[in-house]
Design a protein around this ligand. Structure first.
Ligand code: ATP
Length: 440
């Protein structure tokens, strides 16, 4: 077996379309740039990402509370958080063709890549939040914004979580949910979108413990990405230089992945000091400090944050799993080497002939009832069916043939090694379970 040409963004986009992982949103109306819909396999993959993330957070500490905040927030929240005044990117337009660019991403000494002319407007700051009106009448409507990050909803509910869960510090609040950014130049498919999903943990602790927890969460988060099968050689932790830090941050590091377009941020981990809670205390007039029984003093907790995009991780998993393999004497195959906990479909079931559909459907339904995400396929040659499953990353395929009627066995084929063996029908579930949970 030989591995052929390298993975590219175009190959991933084509696979996602072909197999129904991702669709361009509102495609039949010409689409909406930077916004995507997810099909059957994409939804299953996203669910697995969310599930494994939650498991990894839960098992890292017993003091984690779940939260689901609203998507719309009133103006004062974004004033306090700083988003209203400083959540913008520099933008520049070509006066000739009207193409818009992020000013920090192009060389303004050069001509417009779109039309070849060099006629730039002045650089303007463009706020990336989506603004809307909440309420029916123009005069009385309040201004609301779609949240550009999920974190602020956690900060403003911080006291509610403490009082309703009788929680003591240190503790964390975890949230998965949508965020919206009117990016000037959405690009690289799911890497930079206008509507995307974040998985965030806000960890509240004492100031003197924050450095320890920052390091703790950096290591935990790095281990998570390896636990869902991402090649550790393509992951790195990059600590920010002092000059790169946000004014309130004491330390930040990105978990970066080596994409075909370079090392880029996959997840951000930040020691945010007590900036957020202090800002909301100041702007809301509500005391967000916590009383410490030991020291008999109140203080505003320090926050360590971990934030990763579901969609950016989705794209990372596809890049990492994709391989075009040249198999001796056979056609080239595309295979996604998804880790079993991430694979959207865990196993596929094939009757060798349609005449055998009935017994194989019985087995298929029994496994499905156990809660496994599985597929049944009776169309085309077995070789073609294997290829279809390889391309969506299904770890195992089971085939029922005419001998199965008498020996009560099926053939099981492994996606990665392509090895086949015969196992008893009664052992299918335990075989599947072992395979999906085995450590490499
Ligand atoms: P970048 O520098 O790439 O714009 P950021 O530093 O603005 O990212 P954060 O605000 O730290 O990103 O958001 C946390 C995580 O959310 C990122 O690490 C990324 O995984 C994801 N994310 C941020 N912006 C987008 C986007 N426009 N589309 C998809 N995912 C995003």
């Amino acid at each position: 077996m030989d591995s052929s040409s390298p993975v590219t963004l175009e190959k991933i986009i084509s696979l996602c379309k072909r197999k129904g992982f991702v669709y361009q949103s509102a495609d039949i109306y010409g689409g909406l740039n930077g916004i995507y819909d997810f099909g059957h396999l994409g939804t299953l993959l996203k669910n697995n990402i969310r599930k494994t993330w939650l498991e990894s957070i839960y098992t890292a500490n017993d003091n984690i509370f779940l939260f689901e905040g609203s998507l719309l927030g009133p103006e004062p929240v974004w004033k306090a958080s700083g988003h209203l005044d400083s959540f913008h990117d520099p933008m520049v337009d070509c006066m000739n063709c009207k193409h818009r660019y992020r000013a920090d991403e192009i060389d303004l000494e050069k001509a417009c890549a779109h039309c070849g002319k060099k006629q730039w407007t002045d650089i303007k700051n463009f706020n990336m939040m989506f603004k809307t009106q909440v309420g029916a009448s123009q005069e009385n409507a309040a201004v609301g914004y779609l949240r550009p990050e999920t974190a602020q909803a956690i900060f403003i509910n911080f006291k509610n979580v403490i009082s309703t869960n009788r929680v003591k510090m240190p503790f964390g609040i975890a949230q998965i949910g949508k965020a919206f950014r009117n990016e000037i130049n959405p690009k690289q498919f799911l890497f930079r979108m206008r509507e995307f999903e974040q998985m965030e943990l806000e960890w509240f602790c004492k100031q003197e413990e924050a450095e320890h927890f920052f390091e703790f969460w950096c290591q935990k988060r790095l281990a998570y990405h390896a636990s869902i099968g991402i090649d550790p050689a393509k992951l790195r932790l990059r600590f920010y230089e002092k000059s790169e830090l946000a004014h309130y941050s004491q330390a930040t590091s990105d978990i970066e992945y080596h994409f075909p377009f370079g090392w880029k941020e996959l997840e951000g981990i930040a020691h945010r000091g007590n900036f957020d809670l202090s800002q909301h205390t100041k702007h809301s007039g509500k005391d967000l400090s916590v009383y410490d029984e030991e020291t008999k003093e109140s203080s505003i907790p320090t926050v360590v944050e971990s934030s990763v995009g579901v969609d950016r991780l989705f794209l990372t998993l596809l890049f990492d799993a994709y391989e075009e393999q040249v198999v001796e004497g056979e056609e080239e195959r595309i295979v996604l080497h998804f880790a079993p906990n991430i694979a959207p479909i865990k196993a596929a079931f094939f009757p060798l002939s349609k005449k055998l559909n009935e017994p194989m459907l019985k087995i298929f339904h029994a496994i499905q009832k156990k809660g496994y995400s599985v597929q049944f396929d009776d169309a085309g040659s077995i070789g073609k069916r294997y290829r279809r499953q390889d391309e969506i990353g299904t770890p195992l395929c089971f085939t029922y043939d005419f001998d199965s009627e008498t020996d009560h066995k099926v053939t099981v084929r492994d996606r990665d090694t392509m090895k086949q063996e015969r196992i008893a029908i009664d052992h299918i579930e335990s075989y599947l379970k072992n395979h999906l949970t085995k450590k490499e």
